[in-house]
Ligand binder design. Structure first.
Ligand code: R5P
Length: 330
C-alpha cells in the first residue's frame, strides 16, 4: 500500500489549523518525551503550548496551563513510559486541567501506551490494566487517542472513543531499504503476538518470514521452543513492539543461531522501554544493529539507531484535525 509521505514538513496554513468548531490546534507535553513534543510542534508549524508540569514537595503532580485553550482542539503528548505511574498521572492531571479550561476537544497522543501487556486475565484474580487505563483516560474527558504499535491491537476496543493506531513498520522498512540491509534477510517475529507486524514488514520488503515459538515458563521467564520457518544461512531481522529487559531478544537470537541463522541479527522495536539487563542483553555479539523509534526518549549516546516519529505523529494530528483519513499513514 502506498501512503502519504511522512518525512516532510507539513507547512500548515493558519486556516487549516482551525477546526470546524473554530478552535485552534494546541499541543501540550508532559515530561515523558518533551523533545518529541517539540519536534511534532515544529512539524505542525506551531509553538508547543505553555504549561507548568512539576511536582509538589510530596511528589504530587502540579499542572498549570499558561495560556487560554477555550474552544481549542487540544492534543496532549505523553508516552506512558517508565516511570510509568508518574507519566500516566501527569497525563491524567494535564487532561483534567484542559477539561476545566473549556477546550473543545481533548486528544491524547500516547506514542507508547504502557500498562498494555496486562490485556487479559492469564490466571484467576488478575487485573486487566490496559482496560483500566483506557477507562481512566475516558473519565478525564479524552475524546480520542493517537498511538503507535499497541502491544495488542484489540486494546483499541477497550476505548469507547476513537483510537488511531499508527505503526512503525513503514519507518523500519524504509530504513532497511535505505541502508541496503534486506539482502539475504528473513523477517522474524519473536512470538505469536508480533506475527502480524512481522508479516507486514516482510510483505513490504518482499522477504521470507519466520516465527519463534515463545513459551512462558514462569512470571518473568520465557523460552523459545522452536523456530518456524527457514532461517539457515540468512540474516535475521527481528521485529518487536517493546524491548523491556531484552530477555526475549537474547533468547530469540540464541534460538536463531541454533537454527543456523547468520550471526548478523538486526533488532527493531517500536518502543525502547529498556529496563534491567536490557543493555547487556542487546550487546549480544550476534546482534549487528538495534533500531528503535523515539516514541520513548532515548539517549543517542547508547549507540542505538533512532528513527524519528514526529513527522508521522504530526501528519496524524493534522489529518484528525482536518477530518481526513488517518489509515493512509499506516
Ligand atoms: C511480549 O509479548 C512483547 O511483545 C515483548 O516481546 C516483551 O514484552 C519484551 O520484554 P523483554 O524485553 O523483557 O523480554
Amino acid at each position: 500500500m502506498v501512503g502519504a509521505p511522512v518525512g516532510e514538513h507539513l507547512g500548515l496554513e493558519a486556516k487549516e489549523l482551525e477546526h470546524t468548531s473554530g478552535g485552534q490546534v494546541k499541543l501540550f507535553s508532559g515530561n515523558a518525551n518533551r523533545p518529541l513534543a517539540e519536534a511534532v510542534a515544529k512539524a505542525l508549524g506551531i509553538r508547543l503550548g505553555q504549561a507548568t508540569v512539576e511536582r509538589f514537595p510530596d511528589g504530587e503532580v502540579r499542572v498549570r496551563l499558561l495560556e487560554s485553550i477555550r474552544g481549542d482542539d487540544v492534543y496532549l503528548l505523553q508516552p506512558t513510559a517508565p516511570p510509568v505511574n508518574d507519566h500516566l498521572m501527569e497525563l491524567l492531571v494535564l487532561a483534567d486541567a484542559v477539561r476545566r479550561s473549556s477546550a473543545a476537544r481533548i486528544n491524547a497522543v500516547i506514542p507508547y501506551f504502557g500498562y498494555a501487556r496486562q490485556d487479559k486475565q492469564t490466571q484467576g484474580r488478575e487485573p486487566i490494566t490496559a482496560r483500566l487505563v483506557a477507562g481512566l483516560l475516558e473519565h478525564v474527558g479524552i475524546h480520542r487517542v493517537i498511538t503507535v504499535d499497541l502491544h495488542a491491537p484489540q486494546i483499541q476496543g477497550f476505548f469507547y472513543y476513537p483510537v488511531d493506531e499508527l505503526s512503525a513498520v513503514r519507518l523500519f522498512a524504509e530504513y532497511l531499504e535505505g541502508q541496503g540491509l534486506t539482502e539475504n534477510a528473513v523477517v522474524v517475529s519473536p512470538d505469536s503476538g508480533r506475527a502480524e507486524q512481522a508479516r507486514r514488514l516482510s510483505e513490504r520488503l518482499n522477504l521470507p518470514l519466520a516465527l519463534l515459538a515463545k513459551r512462558r515458563i514462569g512470571p518473568r521467564e520465557t523460552q523459545v521452543s522452536y523456530v518456524i520457518g527457514d532461517v539457515a544461512g540468512k540474516r535475521p531481522i527481528i521485529i518487536d513492539d517493546i524491548i523491556s529487559t531484552g530477555g526475549t531478544i537474547r533468547r530469540g537470537v540464541e534460538a536463531l543461531l541454533a537454527a543456523g541463522a547468520l550471526p548478523e541479527v538486526i533488532v527493531m522495536a517500536s518502543h525502547a522501554v529498556l529496563v534491567g539487563n536490557a543493555r547487556e542483553n542487546l550487546a549480544h555479539p550476534a546482534i549487528r544493529e538495534v533500531v528503535f523509534t523515539d516514541t520513548i526518549a532515548l539517549n543517542p549516546a547508547l549507540g542505538y539507531t533512532i528513527l524519528p516519529t514526529a513527522p508521522l505523529l504530526a501528519q496524524a494530528i493534522r489529518r484528525v484535525h482536518t477530518n481526513q483519513s488517518v489509515s493512509v499513514l499506516i
